[in-house]
Design a protein around this ligand. Structure first.
Ligand SMILES: [Zn+2]
Length: 285
């Protein structure tokens, strides 16, 4: 095994989280796990507990409906500087809220989501075209003007196969929007192994801006722009993150007390200095 971004087999163990080793590539600084998940394990990770159970996922994802629809609208506005609305694929679409935001801005949308409950919710309540499944196993007849990988790239259990699919399914000159967590951010460096994104086996790859560019370049995409989403999450989600994340750390246990002072229904700006988005365009041949 080597770094999933290629190169030599030069890496060292950074730390162990949830019993899984997280490695750091000494060449490109990409961090990754060496876990090969079985289909049953993938099913288990994205079971309803992910969306309703707290811990790695959300206390109740559907409560964030309005926030996520607005986020979709914002991203659509951002992308309108580069291309006209067309057909997009949202990978890991969950209940289709972000898709809905894009639809409001004139896009036609398709989604794929491993959690059956979420996909059904999106199909029945929002009339979104969401398939149940994973990008690794999916095949689409269409090609897309835009593919959304919003907080999903770290979770892909076969990064190479997924990215090959993406590069084949994006039209010449089409776009990919990636939103992910920055392993070189201040909070990631301060928190070390307690950083929220180090949650294997749910997350498997941990990108920096540079290592994401490297991956995308490998599959024929070049960087167009990059920035920070002004992310808001519900108080309840923040409480759940704090509860789970700091339970296990002796030195950070005092932070758990913060949970009590965050109102459950409040919309709070999440300190997103560790989150970024990047827009890539497919190179024309
Ligand atoms: Zn590497």
């Amino acid at each position: 095994m080597g770094c999933p971004l290629g190169g030599k087999e030069a890496y060292r163990q950074k730390f162990v989280v949830n019993g899984y080793s997280i490695m750091n590539c000494t060449e490109c600084q990409h961090a990754f796990t060496d876990i090969t998940l079985k289909p049953q394990e993938i099913k288990e990770i994205y079971s309803d507990r992910y969306f309703y159970g707290g811990k790695y996922g959300y206390p109740d994802y559907t409560l964030e409906k309005d926030i996520l629809i607005r986020r979709g609208e914002k991203y659509a506005k951002l992308l309108s500087r580069h291309l006209q609305p067309g057909l997009l694929l949202d990978v890991g679409a969950a209940a289709g809220f972000i898709m809905k935001g894009f639809e409001n801005a004139g896009w036609r949308t398709m989604g794929i989501e491993p959690n059956e409950h979420m996909a059904v919710y999106g199909r029945e309540n929002l009339h979104m075209d969401i398939r149940t499944g994973t990008l690794e196993e999916a095949s689409f007849a269409q090609s897309f003007d835009l593919v959304l990988l919003i907080q999903v790239i770290a979770h892909l259990f076969d990064l190479g196969k997924s990215m090959k699919h993406v590069s084949e399914k994006v039209k010449e000159g089409g776009y990919v929007l990636v939103e992910t967590w920055n392993k070189n951010s201040l909070s990631a460096r301060l928190l070390g192994q307690y950083w929220h994104e180090y949650s294997p086996p749910s997350t498997l790859n941990f990108f920096s801006k540079k290592s994401l560019d490297l991956l995308m370049g490998h599959y024929g995409f070049r960087l167009i722009s990059r920035g920070r989403p002004g992310k808001k999450i519900l108080g309840e989600h923040a409480r759940s993150l704090l509860r789970y994340k700091f339970e296990s750390s002796k030195s950070l246990k005092w932070l758990k007390g913060l949970e009590r002072i965050i109102p459950q229904k409040a919309r709070i700006p999440y300190p997103s200095e560790d989150l970024f988005y990047a827009i890539y365009q497919k190179n024309t041949k």
